[in-house]
Design a protein around this ligand. Sequence first.
Ligand code: ADP
Ligand code: 5GP
Length: 188
Amino acid sequence: MARKARLFVVSGPAGVGKGTLVSRVRAMRPSLGLTVSATTRSPRPGEKDGVAYHFISDEEFDRLVERGEFLEWAQVHDHRYGTLRSEVDACLARGESVVLEIDVQGGENVRRAFPEVVRIFVEPPSWEVLVARLKGRGTESEESLALRLQTAQRELKLAHTYDVRLVNDDLDEATKELARILEKYETI
Ligand code: ADP
Ligand code: 5GP
């Protein structure tokens, strides 16, 4: 069956496993379009500019906002993050579907700018599992962990506003489920 290139948003609280799931689906489907977001935060060890993100200054971010270069952008915790329209348009023009792994506010903004978007919300099997994953990742300070968990409580209440909800319990199952969801919407 012919596939249609579609724009997908994968959102959900920090630590739920969005990055893990999307990178596993990408490994199964290397042709899936990849966009690199811009951010004002500093790179973590091992993160390369232009690969993990385009790491830019506050002034540069302001300029891109003014020029309307972002499909969406949001302030997430202490920094701004945005999806460049040029990157999404280039993938769709090549016939590649795009998966944006962005925060919940960004997901809402994409819906306004791009109503055909399919939005997928990744949920943890329980609150305790979410806390354990976020702690287990070992990337957050006590303060940043508390902030992310506070935000997560708000975000989980918005799950019902999404097109699809996906519980990330068993990783293999959830990966297959995400791949199936993409395929389903590409062939509608
Ligand atoms: P996010 O991108 O949503 O912030 P990550 O992909 O970084 O989350 O995942 C957070 C942590 O949880 C990582 O250490 C990851 O290895 C782990 N993880 C992700 N999915 C699962 C799963 N289904 N079962 C167990 N651990 C998981
Ligand atoms: P991190 O700093 O851990 O890489 O990302 C923090 C949060 O920013 C995550 O929830 C991530 O999904 C979100 N994020 C990453 N890129 C973008 C983007 O382009 N737009 C929006 N709105 N959020 C993003």
